[in-house]
Design a protein around this ligand. Sequence first.
Ligand code: PXL
Length: 288
Amino acid sequence: MTSVPAAAASTAPTPALPAVVLTIAGSEATGGAGAQADLKTFQELGVFGIANLTCIVSFNPGDNWNHRFVPVDQQVIADQLEATTAAYGAGSGAPSVLDTVKIGMLGSPATITTVAGALSEGAFTNVVLDPVLICKGQEPGHALDTDQALKAQILPLATFVTPNHFEAESLSGLTITDVESLKAAAVKIHELSGAAVLAKGGVRLEGPDAVDVFYDGETLEVLSAPKIGEVAVSGAGCSLAAAVTAELAKGATPLEAARTAKNFVTAGIKNRLASGAPFDALWQGGVR
Ligand code: PXL
């Protein structure tokens, strides 16, 4: 049997200190979406990922795969944010300071208020918002309150926002039927929020390509890749926003981050994973 001498380990180059990033998101039990998708994306892109959980979603195979949604107690959300900020936030003394956060599913007006409070206190340079507006199976009245609270309290704090077709229509108030209307929505959402916008047409717009529009107040760029099937893949939205988050934390510009994220997600969709669920899951290892 050969054994590796202990000294060999110390001759390997010391890896550069990873950037530290936080996702404030829900758990999706099957691992396709939510905090699990975010953490896998962070790891693939070489940043140190932290997840603070807002809710637990378990699909219900006995009810058309609707979402069973359980919020995490507000105090527990605040405790997670306190622990994370004390360990890695500005003033913590950490060698790699946490200044980049991704916001995923918040799920209730109470959670939105808790998270908005932490965002206004925390010295975050990059706040990437995946504006998860509704959860399949949530009670509509509750979902409407949540949507309004998200627009009023979180959107103004975002520096980068990644709405899908439905969310872009809801945030902009425009009807999106083609690339031109997707562009108009991206411009409108930028005007409303001040954030860089990556509005996703995905499989929802007709045509051979999955088209997204980037707009940051100066540059308007259409990002396009050939569609892979006509059905949305679980975790694509979460992974796209998480990839933007990782790239911004590493120092990319918003446009560079958007381009890298689009390529990351395209590779993950090409290499998607089927299961007993009626939808496939994006595989973050697809880029390898
Ligand atoms: O893809 C949106 C999403 C985000 N976060 C959680 C989810 C989902 C969709 O299922 O469950 C926790």
